[in-house]
Design a protein around this ligand. Structure first.
Ligand code: PLP
Length: 418
């Protein structure tokens, strides 16, 4: 007969992201014939997996595997890994960073939990501060992370139809307002769910806005540069001490190692490692051990640029070709221009049913997607656009993606006819 605290209620009593990850994990583990187009699962790319296997053998042969598996490490992350990463960022991109700027976390997700709740939320003097998301739809994983109070202030984008069945979002800078209650600005680049890639110019304007207001700009590079670099256009990787850049080993194909990385001012990096110490003692060190030499010898960037980027670009192209095949020309459907990440983001203009209902109908037929509503969290007023969108992952095997898209098209056709 216990009672849940506010924390317990907020984090332990149902959330979009926990449900999504449960569905994803169970579907992948069952090996059944669900068309799992709902999660952010990266593809199993044989050429990349061969590198992980080789590194496993090398660690074993050098007698390091036992050390890695059998030891706690400092909560900031391993010094060799942080040093190798900082050296690569200095060498390749001219970022003025050292290991003191790098904090490892248990996945990027944990980094955001720490960052959002320590920069925003309830302040010591009682004010409630917020993180500004300049372009929703934004990553569903942010939405339920608050340990107290509304954590986000969000802004809707411009929508431009860029082709008969294509559209693109851009930040509505005229609408953005940064006031006293804003603690930080945050964007994912490329964006989950839409596959939008903020232009260098948009990033420059956000940096300026953050600097003018003395707040950090957080750039979530889960899919971005320098790795895994699942970007189909041009994006310059930028950093300075006013920026907080997060990265992850997950979309490289190592989600099971739960390795997130934050590159920030040393005070922020230090605070994050303190939080890791309190919440989890230490991080997983296997992912770090696998990739450290690949950071030193350039192999990780080569794999990103020459294997992962073209692999996902082809997956995206193929998925779009099936969309064109299965969806009727006269239907008012639009897919966001695919500029990176692992998803197609559909907008069904004037859809007569909600995207949750469309999700349910697809699910009954064995195809899992994510309803668009989830990505518009923090909105003060309802926006019908959110109910007209769904996110579809294109990383699974070709037959699964093809069959899933065929089902989605049939259900969308049915929805417009109902
Ligand atoms: N940020 C974005 C935009 C994501 O899509 C994800 C995962 O899907 C994450 C962060 C967190 O990933 P991880 O915790 O596996 O590093």
């Amino acid at each position: 007969n216990w009672e849940w605290s506010e924390f317990g209620r907020r984090l332990g009593q149902g959330s979009g992201i926990a449900e999504l990850m449960t569905n994803l994990g169970e579907a992948l583990a069952s090996g059944g014939d669900v068309k799992m187009l709902g999660g952010g699962q990266p593809a199993h790319i044989p050429e990349v997996e061969a590198v992980w296997e080789r590194r496993w053998r090398e660690l074993d042969e050098a007698g390091e595997l036992r050390k890695v598996l059998g030891s706690y490490e400092a909560p900031a992350g391993g010094l060799p890994f942080r040093t190798a990463l900082a050296a690569m960022l200095r060498r390749e991109f001219g970022w003025q960073v050292g290991p003191e700027n790098v904090a490892v976390t248990a996945g990027g997700q944990t980094a955001f939990f720490f960052l959002f709740n320590s920069l925003a939320g309830k302040m010591p003097d009682g004010r409630q501060k917020k993180v500004l998301l300049p372009l929703v739809p934004e990553y569903i994983g942010y939405s339920d992370q608050s340990v107290g109070g509304q954590l986000f202030k969000v802004f809707r984008p411009h929508i431009e139809k860029t082709g008969p069945h294509e559209f693109k979002y851009s930040i509505d800078f005229d609408a953005l307002e940064v006031d006293e209650e804003i603690a930080a600005i945050c964007v994912s680049r490329p964006t989950n769910p839409s596959g939008n890639l903020l232009l260098d110019e948009e990033i420059a304007r956000l940096r300026e806005l953050a600097r003018e207001n003395g707040i950090p700009l957080i750039i979530d590079n889960a899919y971005g540069a320098p790795f895994p670099n699942i970007i189909f256009g041009e994006a310059t990787p930028v950093w300075d001490e006013d920026l907080i850049v997060t990265m992850s080993l997950s979309k490289l194909g190592l989600p099971g190692t739960r390795t997130g990385i934050v590159v920030a001012h040393p005070d922020i990096a230090r605070a994050l490692s303190e939080m890791t110490g309190v919440v989890g003692l230490a991080n997983g060190n296997l992912g770090q051990a696998i990739v450290s030499p690949l950071l030193e010898n350039g192999e990780l960037l080569r794999l990103s640029n020459e294997v992962m980027k073209p692999f996902y670009q082809e997956k995206s192209r193929q998925a779009l070709a099936w969309v064109e095949k299965f969806f009727p020309e006269e239907m008012s459907y639009y897919v966001h221009r695919s500029e990176g990440a692992l998803f197609l983001w559909f907008w069904f203009e004037d859809l007569p049913i909600s995207s949750k209902e469309l999700y349910e109908r697809c699910k009954k037929r064995g195809a899992l997607v994510v309803p668009g509503e989830y990505f518009f969290f923090g909105e003060e007023e309802d926006w019908p656009h959110g109910r007209e969108c769904i996110r579809v992952t294109f990383t699974m095997d070709a037959e699964v993606v093809k069959e899933g898209l065929r089902i989605i098209a049939e259900e969308a056709i049915g929805a417009y006819q109902s």
